[in-house]
Design a protein around this ligand. Structure first.
Ligand SMILES: [Fe+2]
Ligand SMILES: [Fe+2]
Length: 164
């Protein structure tokens, strides 16, 4: 678990990292939703379009709180994997969502430790949507939803079943 006792400046830096990850998600879902081809992926392509809009809403919320805390919201996304292979795209998204969920779980505790309950409340709602994104991606890949608390990204269904 990450450190809980942050200064406000450190929280701003962490939130800017979260914002870079939200931009990454907006870009990835925008591109992948249009590039995914084939009958097997039609439903998930539509779903990814919905995700793109939700990620933009997350970015706006995080940027608002960075500004409120006296910081300057970053303009730089984390890098996006480009591929025309459906599974590569879905796995990239799945890995990013796992990272995002882990980070927001830490951020929730850090915000609460600082008494920033309104930010924590918004992050809780974002977290709920990120977990839905994770489930959508795992379902499209035909796998169990990985546990952000422990699972490394990309584990197969067979391996997951064995562990239970
Ligand atoms: Fe998001
Ligand atoms: Fe997401």
């Amino acid at each position: 678990m990450a450190e809980t006792n942050l200064s406000r400046e450190q929280l701003v830096a962490k939130l800017n990292d979260d914002l870079s990850r939200e931009y990454q998600a907006v870009i990835a879902y925008t591109v992948y939703s249009q590039v995914l081809k084939g009958a097997a992926y039609m439903a998930i392509a539509k779903e990814l379009e919905v995700h793109a809009g939700e990620e933009l809403a997350h970015a706006l919320t995080i940027a608002k709180h960075i500004d409120y805390l006296g910081g300057m919201p970053t303009a730089t996304p984390k890098s996006v994997v480009l591929s025309d292979d459906a599974e590569t795209m879905l796995r990239a998204d799945l890995g990013n969502e796992l990272d995002t969920i882990r980070e927001y779980r830490d951020r929730l505790r850090q915000c609460e430790a600082l008494g920033e309950f309104a930010i924590a409340e918004d992050i809780r709602e974002i977290l709920r949507q990120e977990q839905e994104h994770l489930i959508d991606l795992a379902t499209a890949l035909g796998e169990d939803t990985p546990d952000p608390g422990k699972a490394p990204a990309g584990r197969t269904k067979k391996q997951t079943a064995k562990r239970r």
